[in-house]
Design a protein around this ligand. Sequence first.
Ligand code: EPZ
Length: 424
Amino acid sequence: MRNSYGDKFLIHGGNKLFGEVTIQTSKNAVLPILASSIMADTPVTIKNVPDIIDVDNMLRILEKLGAKIAIDRDNITINPLTINNAKVDCELSKTMRSSVFLLGATLAKFKSACITLPGGCNIGNRPIDLHINAFKKLGVEVEYIGEEIHFNAKKYIPRTIKLKIPSVGATENIIEFACLQSGKTTIINPAKEPEIVDLCNFLSSMGAKIYGAGTNKITIYGVDRLKGVQYTPISDRIVAGTIMCAVAICGGDVHIKNAIPIHNQSLIEKLIKMGCQINIKNDIINIRSDSNLKSIGKITTGYYPKFPTDLQSIMLVVSTVSKGNTTIHEKIFSNRFETAKELNLLSANIDVVSNNKVVVHGIDHLNGAVVRAHDLRGGAGLVLAGLVAIGDTIVEDIHYIDRGYAYLEKMLSHLGADIKRIRV
Ligand code: EPZ
C-alpha cells in the first residue's frame, strides 16, 4: 500500500518536453473491472494495472470481502472463491468513491450489500440517489441504519431504467447487478464513456450478455455464471490529456504511446485551435508546441463525448498562460474550481464568477510559489503550472495526485521536466 501523505513535488519551471511516454491503463476502467471480478466463479487476472492509490484501496476492500489477491508486477489476479461476506468495509468505503462501484457486484453475488455514503474528492457533493433509485426499481430493499446503507435483493425485477443523468457510476452498478440476474434489463440514457464500454467488454468476455455499450440504450440479458478471464483495460484518456497539455504549455515534441486518440477527440481539437501541431498514427499521438498558445475562448464540460470534466482543471492551467480570455463552465460537478485559488497564488489571473464558471485572463508567465492540491485532477494541474512557472514551485498534498497518476513525476522528468518528489 503506497502512502504518500506528506510528500511534495519540487518543480523548477522552464524546461521544454521531448521524447516519448507510454500511458498507463485507465483508473476509471480498472476500478469497476476490479470490483466486477468478484462476480466470476474462477480467478480473474487484470493486466497492466497502474500503481495508484485508488487501486490499492480497491484491493484492500476486495481482501476485506475475503478475496485472495496475487500481484505479479503490474498483473493482478483476484480469486473470488474465498469471498465470504457482503459488507463492503464501511471504514474503507469512506475513503474512496470507487467503493460505490462494488455495490452492483456484491448485490449480484450475495443479493445483499452494505456501504457508508462514500467519500472521494473535494469536487462537490457526490450523491448516489440515482444508484439507490435504480436498485429499488430492480426490486432491492434499501435501509438506512445510521451512516450505513443496507441493500437486500430479495427478488430481482428485470425492467427498463431511465437515468435522468447519464451517471458513470450508476450505469456501471446497474450493469454489474443485472448481468447475473435472470431476465432482460434495459438502461435508457446510460453513461457512454469509454470506461463503460471497457467494463462491458470485460463482463462480456466473462460470459455476460450486454448490448449497446457506448450508445443511448444498453440491454443486459442475465446469465447464470461468469467465468474468470485475463483482461487488459483501456489506456487512461485523462492521463494522456494531461501529458498533451503539459507539452502544449511547456513547448516541445512528444510521442504519447498506448493512447486511444478518439477518446481525446474534444481536447485534441481544442489544442490544435490553440496552436499545437498534433499528428496521430495508430495508438501514438505526436504533439508539438512552441508554447505560444492562443485562448480557445470558451470551454464547457459535459458528458462523453463532450469535453471531460476530468480535464477541466488541466485546461484551466493551459488557459492561464494562453493569449486572451477563456471562460470555463463546469457543468458536471458543483465545486471543481478549488484549483483556481491556488493558481492565483502562482500569479495567474482567474476570476471565479461562481462554483460553475471562471473567467481566465491569460498572462505571459506564472511565478513559482508553494501551493496545495485539493483534488486529483486539480493537483495534476498545479504540477503543470509549476512546469511553466518562473522559479521553483512546491506542490503539497500530492497524495491526491497519486490516487490516479502512477508516479506523474517520473513520466514528466523522463520528458525533461525538472521535478522531484520530496518525502518527509
Ligand atoms: C466517475 O465518477 C469518475 N470516477 C469521475 O472521475 C468522473 O469525473 C465522473 O465519472 C464523470 O465522468 C470513476 O469512474 C471512479 P457520475 P462518478 O455519477 O461515477 C451526479 C477522476 O478524477 N450524480 O457520472 O461519481 C454527480 O453529482 C474522477 O478520475 C447524482 O446526482 O460520476 C455529478 O454531478 C473524478 N446522483 C454527475 O451526476 C447520483 O446518484 C456525474 O456523476 C450519481 C451522480
